[in-house]
Write a protein that binds this ligand. Structure first.
Ligand code: HEC
Length: 169
């Protein structure tokens, strides 16, 4: 095959591929958009929020240990952990849809988190904000200063405050 013939062949193949992609999307557009069944929405949301909380707890642990005097303050380590908690806290956004108010054993989220949604969302928002503040404060503090401790306590109290109200034991 000459070089030109090769190019022409590849262009033809490319054209056919484009046509196929084009028709596939036309078919997709013809399908009526179906909302995901409520059970699937619940399952997905519960899995995501639990995963986020496991990672949040894992990364907050070394910070809690410094607060309790069980570990030395290592700034680089604490900043890294606090930044992770701040990032992970944002992943909780949208993970408590009404469909996921299904109770035990699927979820430990109490029904009150859904019936008192405004208060629950406020606690969630404060948690995100306090986690960000902690990361910023730790970045400036080379020791376990009062500023660090106060910022870390605000986050820890947020965990406990929300669990006491909205999480089954
Ligand atoms: C605004 C409320 C709120 C805040 C703040 C919060 N949690 Fe939770 N947490 C929950 C709820 C609700 C559940 C139950 C999730 C479920 O089962 O659907 C939960 C579940 C958990 C779980 C269990 C996850 C699993 O595998 O079932 C851990 C661990 C956890 N949280 C740790 C923390 C830590 C650590 C913090 C603070 C750094 C924190 N949480 C902050 C509400 C909160």
């Amino acid at each position: 095959m000459t070089r030109v013939a090769k190019v022409v062949t590849s262009l033809k193949v490319l054209g056919a591929a484009c046509l196929m992609v084009g028709s596939a999307s036309v078919f997709a557009a013809d399908e009526p958009a179906k909302a995901a069944p409520a059970a699937d929405v619940a399952k997905q949301a519960i899995a995501v929020r639990k995963a986020a909380f496991v990672l949040i707890a894992n990364n907050f642990k070394p910070i809690g240990e410094v607060l309790q005097g069980k570990a030395q303050y290592n700034q680089a380590e604490i900043v890294k952990r606090a930044q992770r908690v701040a990032f992970l806290s944002e992943l909780l956004d949208g993970t408590f849809p009404a469909e996921s108010n299904v109770g035990a054993p699927q979820t430990k989220t109490k029904a009150e988190a859904f019936t008192k949604k405004e208060d629950f969302d406020k606690l969630l928002k404060e948690f995100v904000a306090n986690s960000k503040t902690l990361a910023q404060v730790a970045a400036k503090e080379s020791t376990a200063s009062d500023a660090f401790k106060n910022a870390a306590k605000a986050v820890a109290e947020g965990c406990k405050g929300c669990h006491d109200k909205y999480k089954e034991k």
